[in-house]
Design a protein around this ligand. Structure first.
Ligand code: SF4
Length: 450
């Protein structure tokens, strides 16, 4: 059970001596309850109390860092079952699979794609996280060579997949220092595989169909000294995966079985169609998803869905307010205003670029709300327009004083004119019509103030 700050406070010695680094015992208790302080830093607690606090204040699902360096991926450390309760924080790492039956050149091509491919979307650069190397040959030597081929290119996390401790050792000899994920320790082989994970400090996937076996394996491997664990419930169907993954998440979050408090692993390549498995994994709690080398369409689908699900539903993705240039606008170019909801901005930007009419785009701070919501909530107002025009020194950029506002902000047009002194043109409601609107209202009228 998670302890509340007040319950923790009652256990503290209340000396307010600041030796823990916090100004009062109450602050320390609040930080502990939030999982942001370490019980060991108070020197006045006895060992039993520390033990109790450690168990009750650690995150319900352990944070596991995959790989090292810039492209390392933190997974786990989630605190809710449903996204609307708070948010999902750590998107699953998605790994393309290569086989040790492939030639070196084919493996390098896949590795280069993961290194270089970027999908820009609503202000973020989306990318895949790494490669999973599968020991399909059964040969430790071939597996070592395949891992070495990835290493030629890789500066990203890896997953080493083999049922053989000997093959895993051969792979780890090539990349062990980069903390690849090891898949997998089972009831049968964990005594050979867990020591490898411990020696190289790597995250270890535990594989068992029965949740009870997974919990027992987790307890045993923790006792053997493996710090970072993931759970593969070895599902035969996607329905079985949803059932196991949800049950693991629920028991971890309510702390009814703390041994299940680890991120979940899903091998999407085991299912047909694979796309359904990828979607299921993203929606239903997978921390690592292994896929085949995806087509561009499926790649975009997976990354877009992952971005959407792991966006805080209470915080829309926002653009930084400011004055942006589309193309090479001059002093006679149109001046458009819009909100700082990223999807609105990027949709409008796409249509403006397609129109090939250079323009200025004033993005105002509506706290990430779309035009319709911002107008209804009073976030998009004449006062905000005046403040934004002044703050970003918009008047200095153009010779005219004409501002094009979004169609859904039409009811404000008069008040904006009054307060700002700019003439207002009401643009279209649909961003798709902006090109035609500019042609008609700006270009055809001689690129000057109407
Ligand atoms: Fe309180 Fe312990 Fe921190 Fe001192 S070290 S302020 S007693 S929690």
């Amino acid at each position: 059970m998670a302890l509340k700050a007040l319950e923790i406070y009652k256990m503290l010695p209340k000396k307010n001596c600041k030796e823990c680094g916090y100004p009062t015992c109450l602050t320390f208790a609040m930080k502990l309850a939030a999982g942001k302080a370490d019980a060991d830093t108070c020197p006045y607690l006895d060992e039993d109390t520390k033990q109790l606090l450690r168990g009750a204040t650690r995150p319900p699902i352990q944070l596991v860092k995959l790989g090292v360096g810039e492209r390392s991926v933190p997974v786990g450390d989630e605190i809710v079952l449903f996204r609307h309760e708070k948010a999902f924080y750590h998107p699953p790492g998605i790994f393309f699979t290569v086989s040790d039956l492939w030639g070196r050149a084919r493996i390098v091509v896949a590795a280069e794609r993961v290194m270089e491919e970027i999908f820009p979307r609503v202000g973020e650069n989306l990318r895949f996280n790494g490669l999973a190397v599968r020991n399909e040959s059964g040969s430790p030597d071939a597996f070592g060579k395949a891992v070495a081929a990835v290493e030629e290119v890789a500066e990203f996390p890896e997953v080493l997949i083999s049922g053989s401790a000997e093959a895993l050792a051969a792979g780890l000899a090539r990349c062990g220092n980069y903390r690849p994920v090891i898949h997998a320790a089972t009831l049968e082989n964990h005594e050979q595989v867990a020591p490898l994970a411990k020696r190289f400090g790597c995250p270890l996937v535990l594989r068992a169909r029965d949740p009870g076996d997974l919990a027992r394996l987790a307890k045993t491997c923790t006792e053997l000294g493996v710090r970072d664990l993931l759970l593969d419930p070895a599902p035969a169907t996607l329905g079985e995966f949803i059932h196991s993954s949800t049950s693991i998440r629920r028991k971890a979050i309510d702390r009814s079985d703390p041994d299940l408090g680890h991120p979940v692993y899903l091998d999407a390549t085991a299912f047909v169609p694979e796309e359904a498995a990828i979607v299921t994994g993203i929606l239903k709690y997978a921390g690592v998803i292994v896929t085949s080398v995806l087509s561009p369409g499926n790649a975009r689908m997976a990354l877009t869905l992952r971005q959407n699900i792991y966006t805080d539903p209470q915080k829309p993705i926002q653009m930084t307010p400011g004055l942006y240039r589309v193309g090479e606008p001059g002093p006679d170019s149109p001046m458009l205003a819009t909100v700082n909801f990223s999807l609105t901005y990027f949709t409008l930007l796409g249509y403006l670029e397609a129109s090939r009419i250079p323009c200025h785009l004033l993005v105002v701070d509506t706290e990430g709300f779309s035009v319709l919501t911002a107008v209804a909530a009073g976030k998009f107002s004449e006062r905000l327009m005046k403040e934004s025009l002044d703050r970003f020194q918009v008047a200095g950029q153009v010779k005219h004083r004409v501002l094009i506002i979004p169609g859904y902000a039409a009811p404000l047009s008069g008040r904006i004119e009054e307060v700002t002194g700019w003439k207002v043109l009401v643009g279209p409601r649909d961003a798709a019509d902006i090109g035609e609107f500019l042609e008609r209202e700006w270009v055809a009228k001689g690129q000057s103030a109407p």
